[in-house]
Design a protein around this ligand. Structure first.
Ligand code: ZN
Length: 230
């Protein structure tokens, strides 16, 4: 069986590969986005030229209509033909650039989706590594954390409740010595207090929902018990 540090090494390798893969995708995205921006800019310039040429053609047409000699008429005619050719070229350019922009845009969408998948993978790997690191630390120190000890001692339902509370409150666990909750100062139902005192057990304060346990007056005074509230 592989040791935890071997497995950790493997996961780190995967993590490094994923990070490298993500970096490559990010680099590609940056390049593609720059390419797209440049293409759109050039397309915009071409579109402006198309508009200008269309205006010029209109201008030539007016000249043609106003021409009084054949020479004037021919000159205006040639100008219009020349402008139409140029206009056609520019319109082709706009088409080409629009197609190119669509292609780059589709590529960016694909790359972004790939990057998103890798980011999810990375997040999952990091979680795995973090929990394995915690396990390694535990093995190194040769003992379980107070939280793990607590987790084994209390019923799963309560432990889940504790985990939920831990996210919401600074102190998820509280004590009672005299029948009132140390956290919210509300009195506990007498039956609950008797049970807590009689058979070392854990319950929930009905007022603040914190997990509550009984601490004998002497123990409560030595200050050590408060450590468990973290
Ligand atoms: Zn309470």
């Amino acid at each position: 069986m592989k040791s935890i540090s071997d497995k950790l090494g493997e996961e780190r390798t995967t993590l490094a590969a994923l990070t490298e893969g993500l970096n490559k995708l990010e680099t590609k995205l940056t390049a593609d986005r720059a390419h797209l921006a440049q293409t759109e800019k050039t397309k915009g310039e071409c579109q402006l030229e198309v508009r200008n040429m269309t205006n010029q053609i209109e201008h030539s047409r007016e000249k043609l209509n106003r021409s009084r000699t054949e020479r004037e008429s021919n000159a205006a005619q040639r100008e219009m033909e020349e402008l139409r050719k140029l206009l056609k070229d520019r319109e082709d350019d706009v088409q080409k650039l629009a197609g190119e922009a669509d292609g780059v845009h589709a590529q960016i969408t694909t790359t972004e989706a790939q990057a998103q998948v890798i980011r999810g993978e990375l997040a999952a790997q990091k979680d795995g590594i973090e929990s394995k690191m915690a396990e390694l630390e535990k093995q190194k120190s040769g003992k379980e954390s107070p939280r793990d000890v607590l987790a084994k001692r209390i019923p799963p339902v309560l432990y889940r409740r504790y985990e939920q509370l831990r996210g919401k409150r600074v102190y998820a666990v509280t004590r009672t010595t005299d029948g009132t909750c140390k956290a919210c100062n509300m009195g506990l139902p007498p039956q609950m207090f008797h049970k807590l005192r009689r058979e070392p057990t854990i319950d929930q304060c009905p007022s603040c929902n914190r997990i509550i346990y009984y601490v004998a007056p002497a123990a409560a005074n030595d200050g050590k018990a408060s450590k468990e509230e973290g």
